[in-house]
Design a protein around this ligand. Structure first.
Ligand code: SAH
Length: 385
């Protein structure tokens, strides 16, 4: 037996079953451990009172439970809180807690950095360090829960919505994302309602289809950001691989439950994609799709040619869509003093000794996206039933 303790948090259910079988434990013990880890959120083995003392002693010798932890936090006056989360290899990622009336949305990362290199997004400048593992994705939820317990301040006690809009492209890490979604929604564990989870993609068409097959009940958001391939390619290199036609075909085929919508995100860039024609073309593209649009006025950072459009332009763009019966929302800036908005998540490439970078001249934050289901989820069970 290896002397290095095995991190149970990092194991899938199948791996946990294999491990306990190797120890000669009955099969149901894996399920008990799973419930402790995810439903009871246990970090010590002493608390696992339905295991014998011998088993708990054995566990303490062989295993550990280590989740990613909050290394630093940035608070905004409006309650938005950016968490810098440290992974086992010392790299850091960011998750953002966004309160909005009764809602508390957690914005999750799926990669350390990102490969897509969208011109308007600061995370793209980091390049990709690596994909997150499923437990590091779930671990952001665990770390945020811990944060709420230890530093509640004015935040609501429970996370009501999850959005995969942090660092990285979720669908470029689909196997780990799928595993993480399974753990987050598992009724024997965290039991987070899938209808309150939104996965946002830059438009990897084949993976949109795959997501629809493997995890059909989560919400889909697509960062369209342009209405023709040429403009899109100017701001999103990924557009060379997947055309708007490919993306819209995948969206039209996406299995949507009753009263569900696909959210189309559209970063508004002054003089690039914000004309009346663009708005009309966007409405035309979405015809026949159960869609809503989130307009995101560009959140600035230095060293780009982009500008945020004037407010009147934003309002006009929204109105043109509303006139064409497309439900359209504008994300408002929030959290001026922290650097946590869409496309602003970046810190010194996540080196173990890296300091976070909050030198943005005009940081801002968006409120959570408008999700169709407004009810808070059922409370989580604190212990075992
Ligand atoms: N890769 C995924 C999720 C991360 S980006 C995706 O592309 O959807 C989350 C959202 O922030 C996307 O809609 C993206 O277009 C938007 N975004 C990125 N940089 C931004 C910026 N500087 N200002 C406003 N929105 C931005």
């Amino acid at each position: 037996m290896s002397s290095t303790p095995i991190n149970l948090a990092a194991l899938s259910m199948t791996e946990l079953q294999a491990l306990t079988a190797r120890w000669g434990w009955s099969r149901y013990r894996a399920a008990q451990l799973w419930e402790w880890l995810y439903r009871g959120r246990a970090v010590s083995f002493e608390s696992m009172t339905n295991l014998s003392v011998t088993m708990r002693t054995e566990l303490a010798q062989r295993a550990c439970v280590r989740w990613p932890s909050v290394a630093e936090r940035r608070m905004s006056a409006d309650g938005t809180r950016k968490l810098l989360i440290e992974l086992e290899d010392g790299r850091r990622i960011e998750s953002v807690l966004i309160p909005d009336e009764r809602r508390l949305t957690l914005c999750l990362s799926t990669q350390v950095g990102c490969t897509l290199d969208c011109g308007f997004c600061l995370t793209g400048r980091m390049g990709l360090s690596r994909n997150l593992k499923a437990y590091e994705i779930v671990g952001q939820w665990v770390a945020a829960q811990q944060e709420l317990k230890q530093h509640p301040d004015d935040l609501p006690a429970r996370i009501t919505n999850l959005v995969f809009m942090g660092m990285g492209e979720p669908l470029a890490n689909l196997p780990q994302l799928t595993d993480a979604l399974a753990r987050l929604t598992d009724p024997h564990g965290i039991a987070f309602p899938p209808r309150r989870i939104t996965v946002s993609t830059a438009g990897l068409a084949p993976q949109i289809t795959e997501l629809g097959h493997v995890t059909p009940s989560v919400n889909l958001a697509v960062s369209l950001n342009a209405t023709d391939d040429e403009t899109r390619a100017r701001i999103m290199p990924l557009a060379a691989r997947y055309s708007i036609t490919d993306i819209m075909a995948a969206c039209r085929a996406y299995p949507l439950g009753p009263r569900r919508f696909i959210t189309f995100e559209y970063v508004l860039l002054d003089g690039v994609n914000d004309s009346d024609d663009h708005a009309r073309r966007l409405a035309a593209l979405l015809r026949g799709v159960r869609a809503k649009v989130n307009l995101i006025p560009w959140n600035p950072f230095p060293g780009t040619p982009f500008r945020r459009p004037p407010d009147v332009r934003i309002a006009r763009f929204q109105q043109l869509l509303l006139d064409r019966k497309v439900p359209t929302y504008v994300r408002k800036s929030k959290g001026q003093e922290i650097f946590a908005a869409c496309g602003q998540l970046h810190q010194n490439t996540g080196q173990p000794d890296g300091r976070s970078d909050d030198r943005s001249p005009h940081p801002s934050h968006h409120p959570p996206p408008h999700l169709p289901d407004d009810r808070p989820p059922e409370p989580l069970h604190a212990g075992l039933s």
